[in-house]
Design a protein around this ligand. Structure first.
Ligand SMILES: [Zn+2]
Length: 433
C-alpha cells in the first residue's frame, strides 16, 4: 500500500518519524504543516465532559468485519476524536465491484440524517496509478443491536420503543431518497450507550426499480430477515422488504430471540406461514412456480398470530397490532415505514427521542423547542444515473478518484494512513485476510 500524497502533501508516515505520536495515530494529517496530531483529545461521547471515556483511551484496533469491508476504531488526529475507519476492499477487481463500492461511497456522502450512518470524511487517495483502496471515516458507535439483544443487559419497553422509532425514522428517510437497504438486520443497526441508533452497511443497498418488468437480484437480505416475496423468488420487489426485516427485528427485541430462525430458505418460508397462515392466492401472484407449488401442496395452515403475545410482557395489544401490520405476507398490504411511524406504539419513542436524544430540537430555559418535522425525508432522491455510463474499471477508478478529491475540497486537512503506527501491521494482516 502506498499512501503518498500529491503536491504539498508528503508520505504521511514521515509526519512524526520515531515520535510517540507517529506510532500512536493510525490516521495522520497528510499535510506536514498542520501538526494536528498533537491536538488535545476531545471527548467523543459527551462533548461537555472533560474526562475521556474508556473508548477514547483504547488504542486503534479492529472492531468488525462486515460483508464488504473491515472496520477499525481509530483516532482522528485533527481533534482527537475516536472515529470508525472502514476499508472498502477489492474495489477495482471488476466492473461490478467498482460500481457497488462507488454506489456505497456516494450514498455514505449523500446521507444527512441522524439515524443513518454517513461519511465524515474519506482518506486522501494516492495518485491514480497507486489508487487501490478506499478508506471512509464515519462516526464510531459502541455496539449494535445484535450484541445488545444477545447480551444480558435488560431491554425495557422504553428501550424497544426508542430503538424501533429510530429504525423507522432512518428507514423513512432512506425510502424517501428512493433507496432500498436490502440487508436490515440487528447487526447493521449501530447503537451507542445513549441508545442513539444508526442504520449502517449499504453494501447491498440500491435505488428502487420503478419498472416492474426489470428483474432484481434475490441474493439479498440475511435469511432470517428476508421477506416472503424474496424467499418466493419474486423478480421485482420494493421498500416493503425492509419493513418486513424491521418487523422481524421488532419481534426479536420483544422476545430476545430470532423470530424466524430456519435452516434453509424453504424452511424460512414454512416458519412464516406457520405464524401467518397459508397466504391467499393473490399474495402468490409474483412467486416463482416452485415456491407457489410448495405452498399449495402443503396443508392449509390457519394463522397463529396470538403466539406473538407470548414473546414477552412488552407484547401489548398495541405492540402486537403494529407487529402484525409489518409482518404481512403480501408486500402490497404491508404497512410502509412512514405509516408505521404514525402508529400509537411509537408515540413514546418519538417523545423520548426528541426530548433528550435528537439534534433537531433544543432546550431553552422555558422548556424544549421542538422541530417542525419529527421524521424528515431526504431533500432529493439519490441519483444513480452515472452508473449506466460506467463502462470500465479504469473509468470507474478515475470517476471515484475525482469524486473523493472533489468531496474533500474546502474541507479540513485531508487524512491518510500512517504506516509507522503501531496498528499498521495488524491492519495489514486484517485487511488482507
Ligand atoms: Zn428533535
Amino acid at each position: 500500500m502506498a499512501f503518498h500524497g500529491a503536491g504539498r502533501q508528503t508520505v504521511c508516515g514521515d509526519l512524526f518519524p520515531g515520535s510517540e505520536l507517529g506510532h500512536k495515530y493510525f490516521c495522520v494529517n497528510s499535510s506536514c504543516s498542520a501538526g494536528g496530531g498533537a491536538a488535545v483529545p476531545q471527548p467523543y461521547s459527551n462533548p461537555a465532559s472533560e474526562v475521556p471515556s474508556p473508548a477514547e483511551m483504547e488504542p486503534d484496533r479492529p472492531i468488525g468485519y462486515g460483508a464488504f469491508g473491515v472496520v477499525w476504531s481509530v483516532t482522528d488526529p485533527r481533534d482527537g476524536r475516536k472515529v470508525a475507519l472502514k476499508k472498502m476492499p477489492n474495489v477495482f477487481q471488476n466492473l461490478v465491484s467498482c460500481k457497488r463500492v462507488f454506489r456505497e461511497l456516494r450514498m455514505l456522502c449523500f446521507f444527512k440524517h441522524d439515524n443513518v450512518l454517513s461519511a465524515l470524511d474519506i482518506l486522501q487517495p494516492p495518485q491514480i496509478d497507486c489508487f487501490e483502496e478506499i478508506y471512509v471515516i464515519t462516526e464510531l458507535m459502541q455496539s449494535d443491536l445484535h450484541k445488545v439483544i444477545v447480551s444480558p443487559q435488560p431491554l425495557t419497553t422504553d428501550h424497544i420503543k426508542v430503538f424501533l422509532y429510530q429504525i423507522l425514522r432512518g428507514l423513512k428517510y432512506l425510502h424517501s431518497a428512493g433507496i432500498l437497504h436490502r440487508d436490515i438486520k440487528p447487526g447493521n443497526l449501530l447503537v451507542n450507550s445513549n441508545c442513539l441508533l444508526k442504520i449502517c452497511d449499504f453494501g447491498l443497498a440500491r435505488v428502487e426499480e420503478p419498472d416492474p418488468s426489470r428483474h432484481m437480484t434475490q441474493e439479498v437480505v440475511t435469511q432470517y430477515y428476508r421477506a416472503p416475496e424474496v424467499l418466493m423468488g419474486c423478480r421485482h420487489y420494493g421498500s416493503a422488504i425492509d419493513v418486513w426485516s424491521v418487523g422481524c427485528i421488532f419481534a426479536e427485541l420483544l422476545g430476545r430471540r430470532i423470530l424466524f430462525q430456519a435452516q434453509s430458505p424453504i424452511q424460512q418460508l414454512d416458519l412464516i406461514t406457520d405464524l401467518l397462515g397459508t397466504p391467499p392466492l393473490s399474495a402468490l401472484a409474483s412467486a416463482c412456480e416452485g415456491a407457489r407449488a410448495h405452498i399449495l401442496r402443503g396443508p392449509h395452515k390457519p394463522p397463529s398470530l396470538s403466539v406473538l403475545y407470548m414473546l414477552s410482557d412488552g407484547a401489548t395489544h398495541e405492540a402486537v397490532h403494529l407487529l402484525c401490520r409489518m409482518l404481512v405476507f403480501d408486500p402490497a398490504k404491508r404497512i410502509s415505514g412512514s405509516d408505521a411511524l404514525s402508529h400509537p406504539y411509537l408515540d413514546e419513542g418519538r417523545l423520548r427521542y426528541h426530548t433528550c436524544m435528537c439534534q433537531c430540537c433544543y432546550s431553552v430555559p422555558s422548556g424544549r423547542v421542538y422541530t417542525r418535522d419529527f421524521e424528515p425525508v431526504a431533500e432529493r432522491p439519490f441519483s444513480h444515473s452515472y452508473e449506466n455510463s460506467l463502462l470500465s474499471v479504469w473509468q470507474g477508478k478515475e470517476l471515484i478518484h475525482r469524486f473523493i478529491t472533489e468531496h474533500q475540497q474546502g474541507k479540513r486537512v485531508p487524512l491518510c494512513i500512517n504506516p509507522q503506527s503501531a496498528a499498521f501491521k495488524t491492519f495489514i494482516r486484517w485487511s488482507s485476510s
